[in-house]
Design a protein around this ligand. Structure first.
Ligand code: IPE
Ligand code: IPE
Ligand code: MG
Length: 261
């Protein structure tokens, strides 16, 4: 499978909305937490595939701000415990695979002992130069934009940032994702055709791949399949395909501008 990929057209950044843990459990008449457990297992497979193919950036939506606000406390607490144990159990494997871990989101609002584990894992993998794995935790794209606007406003008020200097690059610098390029590919598992408040600014020209496969069943091979699909696409960024001849319309008389019937 890996050999089928075109090394010239590899994405630099793949982001994934890891959805469907609850459904995975439901289909087996199991409780939701067992789906989350299997989902956590799936993460490391995908991370190691990313490392093996030399993907520089992998960003995983693990826990949204809305999940934190709207799910039962028992489920949220379980997800926090699962995150801690994922970090504890996988830092060694991250180091073996040259993977560095970082986080985006309102992580300051997470429980103290979770933040400690997060810092520990970040620190322990800081020197790795392969894939940067970013976990989105307590993340919401709109709140990311709110935080960016607040930071920019402060700079206008107190640091003499001029309004005319606020451009797209300046906004990018104030996002949680300022250290990474925009995703080339966004994968969503379990079939939902929505972005659920993930990376709204950053996905302006990202290619989207939705699979019906539920997250706990997702493996590295499925990410490679998504990349293969991505490589067949043509990214135009609002332009035309290479080699498209431009119409000679300059000489078209004005009375022929409206389409005839
Ligand atoms: C994704 O699985 C994991 C998180 C959002 C934490 P879900 O828990 O959303 O699973 P479904 O969508 O109910 O199947
Ligand atoms: C998106 O999944 C969030 C994560 C995968 C962490 P959700 O299950 O929360 O999304 P909705 O509720 O179906 O939009
Ligand atoms: Mg879901």
């Amino acid at each position: 499978m890996y050999r089928r990929l075109d090394p010239e057209r590899m994405p630099h950044h793949v982001s994934i909305i890891m959805d469907g843990n609850g459904r995975w459990a439901g289909r087996r008449s199991l409780r939701r937490f067992l789906g989350h457990q299997q989902g956590a297992e799936a993460v490391q497979y995908v991370v190691e595939t990313a490392s093996r193919i030399g993907l520089p950036w992998l960003t995983l939506y693990a826990f949204s701000l809305e999940n934190n606000l709207k799910r039962p406390r028992t489920e949220v607490n379980f997800l926090m415990r699962l995150l801690k144990s994922y970090l504890t159990n996988n830092v060694k494997r991250m180091n073996d695979n040259n993977v560095r871990i970082r986080y985006i989101g309102r992580t300051a609002e997470l429980p103290e002992e979770v933040r400690e584990r997060m810092h520990w894992a970040e620190d322990a993998t800081r020197k790795n130069t392969g894939t940067t794995l970013t976990l989105a935790l307590n993340y919401g794209a709109r709140s990311e934009l709110v935080d960016a606007f607040r930071a920019l406003s402060r700079e206008v008020q107190h640091k003499g940032l001029r309004l005319e200097d606020i451009d797209e690059a300046e906004i990018h610098r104030h996002l949680y994702t300022s250290y990474m390029p925009d995703p080339d590919l966004l994968i969503r598992t379990s079939g939902e055709m929505r972005v659920s408040n993930f990376l709204l600014w950053q996905i302006a020209y990202t290619e989207i791949f939705v699979t019906d496969r539920l997250w706990p069943d997702f493996r590295g091979i499925h990410m490679l399949e998504a990349i293969e699909d991505y490589q067949r696409r043509e990214r135009r960024y609002g332009g035309l395909s290479d080699g498209t001849e431009s119409d000679d319309v300059e000489s078209l008389p004005t009375n022929q501008l409206v389409a005839g019937r």
